[in-house]
Design a protein around this ligand. Structure first.
Ligand SMILES: Nc1ncnc2c1ncn2[C@@H]1O[C@H](COP(=O)(O)OP(=O)(O)OP(=O)(O)O)[C@@H](O)[C@H]1O
Length: 333
């Protein structure tokens, strides 16, 4: 091998040009229905080569935002562009943007393959591509079965096959893991990552933070139509790790006084329970030992990602519920 060949071999293979669009840009996106503003001055970017998780509680405005990106709803103000243009300005949108929305429009009496063939035919896409997406989405064995007998998971696969039909640079998927079994969830996770690795732009909505932490590189989090966070998963996880220490002692009052100091927050619960933030279990244990204070429990508690997400979106939840998991008994405010 010559040195020139060796250099060429090491150079990363660039993604095909048709797969490297310029992503999605939402600028001041606003949607009002009557007196209610459901999406409020939303600006964010979705970069090619990444999976971006679009998160928010029920009713946050995720589907409405996706519909505006896809030209299905007109923004009251602002704009969204995909690959540098508004969706409706693309001459062949299916080859630019593939979408999976919650509303299904599949003829139940048709087979999966015929459904895809009809879509392909109306968009000038060859039948060979239909067979390619059937294989890619694992539908080969059921491709000739009527869609009306499909399970939820098979229906989601078919929706994704349709979204991939035009080999688009951008994918916009609304809740693709909704209702799927663990195997289906894992399959979607792997697929989305591989599509992004090919240089595509992938925007995927969910209200499951824990799932997005495993799937996405970047997070755009909204609540009541407003941007709450635009961050990498790594950064979000680091933040969520902000720990507290659960302490149980018969001398809670004395220990709390000894631990008090700048940056330390102590919440006292029932029966000698302390929830301490801003210091760690080593210092608490050492302080207790130094003053002969018995400890019955000394447990570092890491906030779960789901908890961090709920904390972030708490004030933006449209239909709040009281859940034992989010409001543990005895937990102090
Ligand atoms: N056509 C419409 N007319 C009036 N209000 C609407 C319309 N479509 C959506 N909304 C309202 O807009 C808000 C945002 O809804 P949207 O479906 O975009 O939220 P979402 O984040 O996708 O929620 P979910 O996770 O429950 O699907 C909700 O309060 C909803 O009731």
């Amino acid at each position: 091998m010559t040195s020139t060949q060796r250099t060429a071999a090491r150079r990363p293979v660039p993604a095909p040009a048709h797969r490297t669009g310029s992503g999605i840009e939402a600028t001041g996106l606003t949607k009002r229905y009557g007196a209610k503003t459901v999406v409020h001055d939303l600006s964010f970017s979705v970069r090619p080569g990444t999976v971006t998780g679009f998160l928010g509680p029920n009713g946050a405005g995720k589907s409405t935002t996706m519909r505006m990106i896809l030209g299905l709803d007109a923004p009251t103000r602002g704009r969204a562009v995909v690959g540098g243009r508004a969706y409706r300005d693309h001459p062949a949108p299916l080859t630019e943007v593939g979408a999976l929305l919650e509303a299904k429009s599949v003829h139940p009496g048709r087979s999966a393959r015929n459904h895809l063939l009809a879509l392909a035919y109306t968009h000038g896409i060859p039948a060979s591509r239909v067979d390619a997406v059937i294989e890619l989405t694992g539908l080969t064995d059921v491709a000739r079965r009527r869609v009306k007998g499909f399970s939820l998971g098979m229906g989601q696969r078919l929706g994704i096959a349709a979204a991939l039909l035009g080999d688009p640079a951008t994918l916009v998927l609304d809740e693709p893991v909704n209702g799927l079994d663990p195997e289906g969830v894992l399959w979607i996770r792997t697929l989305l990552k591989s599509l992004a690795a090919e240089g595509r732009t992938v925007l995927v909505s969910s209200h499951l933070m824990s799932e997005m932490a495993l799937t996405a590189d970047h997070l755009v989090i909204i609540g009541r139509g407003r941007l709450l966070a635009d961050t990498t998963v790594e950064e979000f996880v680091r933040h969520a790790g902000a720990a507290s220490v659960h302490v149980v002692t018969p001398e809670a009052g004395t220990l709390a006084e000894l631990l008090a100091g700048p940056g330390v927050e102590i919440a006292a619960g029932a029966s000698g329970v302390l929830d301490v933030r801003g210091t760690d279990s080593t210092r608490i244990g050492a302080t207790a030992a130094e003053h002969g204070i018995p400890l019955y429990e000394l447990t570092p508690v890491r906030a779960s990602l789901e908890q961090a997400f709920m904390d972030l979106t708490r004030d933006a939840v449209e239909y709040p519920t009281r859940s034992p998991a989010t409001a543990p008994e005895g937990a102090a405010a």
